[in-house]
Design a protein around this ligand. Sequence first.
Ligand code: AMP
Length: 299
Amino acid sequence: MATTAAELGARLDSARAGGLSVGLVPTMGALHRGHGELIRLAADQCDVTVVSVFVNPLQFGAGEDFEAYPRDLNADAELAGRAGADLVFAPSVSEMYPSPIQTTVHVDGLTTVLEGAFRPGHFDGVSTVVAKLFAMTGRCRAYFGQKDWQQLAVVRRMASDLSMPVQVIGCPTVREDDGLALSSRNIYLTPTEREVAPLIHVALQAGAQLVADGETDPVTISSVMVAVLATELAFDLHYAVAVDPDSLQSPPAFNPGDPVRLLVAARLGRARLIDNAGAIVGLHPNPYDRKADTTCAGA
Ligand code: AMP
């Protein structure tokens, strides 16, 4: 375990000097099988795998769950080790932010829509902490989950725009058997809410099916997902949209062969759940189907 940037840097510099490649898996801890898969992939593809565990205050808005966010560093270290991590980097808030931060990273455009509209400033917090983790880690491959599609798009864009020596790799979403995407926040669900939560995945699959069947109108695709979720009153739906996977914008109409990303966010009791799925207009079988979607983009 390393807790300071100096320890981390020394360890990784000497690994790279010895010709070893470095993989980084940034997390906020409360690790589950989804994180475990990212770590496993990193460990498969890199000589030295680092898992960072840091609940980043900068990316939580007022009234969000920064204080309540689940924390269990011992369990995290154990899961990370079992999945193949060589090192856990768990800095304190004062190690990451020794003085009030005056420099932040802002990725334009991608960050004001969807999650950005509901969580103002969230992505500035994410890109700033990820930029710091990249700087502390140095040249590496960094593994992010497709579960947080918009975050992946933002981080990819930041690394590219700022010529960071980091290859960003997006990995498939790990789900429960009933389709619910694994999330550290699922523990906030009551047993009744947990039962209805997989409806988000059902809605996404309905949207993906429509796209694969050739539907080109984003509004029609969105309304089918909204209709599925409207069958369960416990959901407070924030958005259910069909967008271009990179720009995150909905065109007036998709064209046959276009990749489409479907994204849903909804509050369910105390938890705010987000999930997404991909499809290609008019293409069967859907190459992003969860059984087929086992490769890591950029790997
Ligand atoms: P978190 O600590 O939960 O914010 O996430 C750390 C990393 O794990 C992010 O890149 C997430 O996208 C990824 N992640 C979280 N949940 C899942 C999941 N169910 N499947 C795959 N990756 C995930």
